[in-house]
Design a protein around this ligand. Structure first.
Ligand code: NMX
Ligand code: MLT
Length: 388
């Protein structure tokens, strides 16, 4: 986008709205429309759900889907970068086990940045992406106290298999787990330029802090209950509901609203229909676990909650968002503790945010990068005078 075209006349009503609707930049990796949701490099997400996570890494960094050779090359490239350049297991062993997994992930990313930062935006972003499967597996095992006999990282495996190999859960269907996690990653990698974690990461990187520092800030933004941690809360209340009976589910939803608690898994700042990422996960669930108890509950919630939320005209979108179904699917394949769910979101977002940081730092303004972020705030008194 170029030139002096007026994109938005900023009025006092735009203040204190969390920048809703205020354009602040351009994004090369993805955009979100209110009705079709996210598109990665022009492809609606509904067309991408069956691609491998590595192929979508390629897409977000290169803005085109890979051919067979490029697909093999990106897998080999990521595998070659997979080794963590320090003893992360030792660092994890020092962390409080009651600390939230998102905080463990932030510590891991920051520590890896101290061990090795090249200063090249793309190198650092790809290195970090390549190391995340091992980081995730180690974080899980050590925080859960399963510290013995951790298998070596096998970089001949793909990213999802490396995680599944490291976490080493017994009595689970690894193939199903790989399918659920691969789809999860593809659906969650990117969501336009303005979601809070992405925006935060790019804002930090605009000071020319490192990819690692920027990503830690992004993960911290994602860890909030209104953003990424909603997937944890969503399964927590699915477990609390404990029934798929529509009347009881409705009573639960009304009770939460009366207690002024959000109905997690519903609503969105931009979308005005059900999020296609939610629809894709419901379709996957109908295929692999239609009779799972939690899945049955979210199937009922999907029917009941939008109707109840729509009674409040303030709520712009009463429909299901991305977080409604992911927990039930992860639970089904043996990842039963919702406290960890936001880390999967974080793992996926490292990819989209990494690609967006690379674009902002190396492509925009003819390669100079966008300047340091510095929006304008009015003093409250100025605002009041302005409004009068
Ligand atoms: N449950 C209860 N209240 C809601 C909900 C909901 N699901 N959705 C919107 N509202 C309220 C919202 O809190 C706001 O109240 P107030 O004016 O008192 O601040 C009012 O309705 C208008 O909100 P909207 O303009 O419809 O939505 P907004 O853009 O402010 O917020 C969310 C978007 C996603 C933060 C909001 O829908 C929400 O809190 N949903 C539940 C939490 C959730 O599922 N978050 C995950 C979103 C996905 N992600 O990864 O970030
Ligand atoms: C996301 O995927 O980041 C969330 O849906 C939140 C958003 O887009 O604002």
């Amino acid at each position: 986008m170029e030139g002096k075209e007026v994109l938005l006349e900023v009025t006092a009503d735009h203040l204190n709205t969390g920048l809703r609707g205020v354009p602040v930049g351009t994004c090369r990796t993805s955009f979100v429309t209110p009705t079709e949701g996210v598109h990665y490099c022009g492809y609606p997400i509904s067309e991408l759900t069956n691609f491998s996570p590595e192929d979508i890494v390629y897409l977000l960094f290169n803005k085109e889907l890979p051919n067979a050779q490029q697909s093999a090359d990106i897998r080999a490239d990521l595998a070659s970068r997979g080794e963590i350049p320090g003893d992360l297991e030792a660092v994890f062993r020092t962390l409080p086990k009651y600390g939230h997994p998102m905080d463990w992930i932030s510590v891991a990313i920051h520590t890896m940045g101290m061990w090795e930062t090249t200063g090249d935006w793309k190198e650092d972003a790809l290195n970090l992406i390549a190391r995340m499967p091992r980081v995730m597996g180690l974080m899980y095992r050590i925080r859960e106290g399963r510290e013995e006999n951790i298998p070596a990282d096998d970089t001949s495996l793909n990213m999802v298999q490396r995680f599944v190999n490291t976490i080493g859960l017994e009595n689970v269907d690894n193939e199903k787990m790989e399918r659920i996690i691969a789809t999860y990653l593809v659906l969650h990698m990117d969501h336009g330029g303005g979601n809070l974690s992405t925006f935060t990461g790019k804002a930090i990187a605009s000071s020319k802090a490192t990819v690692y520092s920027a990503m830690v800030g992004a993960m911290n933004a994602l860890s909030g209950p209104l953003h990424g941690r909603a997937n944890q809360s969503c399964l927590e209340f699915v477990l609390k509901i404990g029934t798929s009976d529509p009347e009881e589910v409705e009573e639960f939803v009304r009770g939460e609203l009366a207690a002024k608690r959000p109905i997690f898994g519903f609503g969105h700042a931009v979308l005005r229909t059900e999020d296609p990422r939610a629809s894709a996960q419901f379709a996957l669930g109908e295929e692999i676990c239609p009779n799972d108890e939690n899945f049955k509950i979210i199937r009922t919630l999907r029917e009941v909650a939008p109707r109840v939320l729509a009674e409040n005209p303030k709520i712009s979108n009463p429909n299901a968002n991305v977080d409604i179904a992911s927990g039930a699917l992860l639970f089904h394949v043996g990842l039963e503790d919702p406290t960890y769910y936001t880390t999967f979101f974080g793992w996926a977002r490292v990819i989209g945010i990494g690609a967006q940081i690379v674009d902002e730092r190396t492509i925009f303004r003819n390669g100079k990068g966008t300047p340091i972020y510095r929006p304008k705030y009015f003093a409250e008194q100025q605002t009041l005078r302005h409004v009068e």
